[in-house]
Write a protein that binds this ligand. Structure first.
Ligand SMILES: *Cc1c(COP(=O)(O)O)cnc(C)c1O
Length: 376
């Protein structure tokens, strides 16, 4: 039963069957050697860390990646089973929680590995290899240091992974750089094998690496973005063509409908001036909900009663105004601000606001309730 409070003002709807569809579409592409690791960092890209992960568990996903210790702990406290890899840094004094909650820590660099070794705490780790992103990881050239980590008795090395910096676009320059990163990772793997080290699992691709390099077959693909049915950039040409469905909709109620005369203004700083008599509706959502203020004044449209209508004037903290001239609209009606329809797709909106989808979605505020739909 949906509580009346949930849909009082503004909210998110997450379509779990669409999530399931995306999982199935992705898994269909994987060879029997490769598994999907679901990336649920950043509150599952704004879709709700716990609810999304629980549903993924329910449909058989048992490998997760988060970026922080707290996200990993939250998953365990909510009964998530399987492997949970922390992609980012955890301070040495909090490593005890990695053990307590049976999480997997990424080795950030060699100094970090030595500190973990001296703690004597038995934990599972992955070694991050820097093959050219230059963010975190041990350089692919440091074979001696990498092999040393495999010898530390308290560190159970599950394997190693790296991250591609330039897989979004399938163009010559980027392909060359990606191939270089692939080669560098292979150098590490081969060198360790030569030393008779059991390397463990290997992974390199995230969503775009998976979409643009279908020929690669590592043990895992780390999938974030496309799980949620989105691309970070609008209209990207990709090697794989998958029928993904955006799973999130952002909705808000109409709080007020007003008629204004030609020459009147709307909103702060009077940035909108009516050039004729207009009908204006106010929506109960604003930038404090994470709906970007840069969408003001016609940059984006919302869908109401089957019509696209422009946002007019400046978006306020908790409210915004739309032009509904000629449309039947009353207080309490629902407008959709982000959804599956072309002009309100998250990637389309992000593109027009000069950002990427991941940022737009992951910033949708804590004030919004998430409603999870799971109907046939
Ligand atoms: C965020 C992240 C991913 C997932 O990236 P998507 O593009 O959303 O699929 C994978 N690996 C690492 C290391 C990440 O930081």
């Amino acid at each position: 039963m949906e509580s009346s409070l949930e849909k009082d003002r503004a909210w998110l709807e997450i379509d779990l069957l669409a999530l399931r569809h995306n999982v199935e579409v992705i898994q269909r592409e994987l060879s029997s050697k490769t598994k999907m690791m679901a990336v649920v960092k950043g509150n599952a890209y704004g879709h709700g860390l716990v609810a999304v992960s629980k549903y993924l568990n329910k449909i058989g996903i048992t490998d997760f990646a988060v970026s922080t210790l707290e996200e990993g702990m939250t998953l365990r406290k909510n009964g998530i089973i399987g492997n949970i890899l922390i992609l980012g840094y955890t301070s040495i004094q909090n490593i005890k929680y990695v053990k307590k909650y049976q999480l997997i820590q990424t080795i950030i660099d060699f100094e970090y590995a030595k500190k973990l070794f001296s703690l004597k705490e038995t934990i599972e780790v992955y070694i991050k290899i820097n093959t050219g992103m230059n963010r975190i990881g041990i350089s692919y050239q440091e074979i001696e240091k990498i092999s040393k980590i495999y010898e530390y008795p308290n560190l159970k090395v599950l394997g190693l992974f790296s991250h591609l910096s330039s897989s979004e676009q399938y163009i010559e320059n980027d392909i060359t750089y990606t191939k270089l990163q692939i080669k560098r990772l292979q150098i590490v793997v081969d060198s360790l094998k030569e030393k008779k080290i059991e390397v463990g699992k290997i992974h390199l691709q995230s969503s775009y690496g998976f979409m643009n390099y279908p020929e690669l077959e590592y043990d895992y693909v780390r999938i974030g973005m496309i799980l949620y049915g989105i691309h970070s950039e609008y209209n990207r040409k990709l090697k794989r063509n998958l029928e993904l469905e955006p799973i999130l909709s952002l909705k808000a109620r109409v709080s007020s409908v007003n008629l204004i005369s030609k020459g009147e203004y709307v909103g702060y700083d009077r940035t909108f001036k009516a050039d004729s008599n207009r009908k204006i509706a106010t929506l109960s959502i604003g930038y404090a909900d994470g709906y970007p203020r840069s969408f003001s004044n016609g940059v984006s449209e919302v869908l109401i009663g089957g019509n696209y209508v422009p946002i007019i004037g400046r978006i306020c903290m908790d409210q915004l105004m739309i032009d509904v001239t000629g449309i039947e609209v009353k207080q309490g009606d629902i407008a959709t601000l982000i959804g599956r329809e072309e002009k309100i797709r998250a990637d389309y909106l992000a593109y027009h606001a000069g950002t990427i989808t991941n940022e737009l979605l992951s910033r949708l505020g804590a004030r919004l309730r998430c409603i999870y739909l799971e109907k046939k």
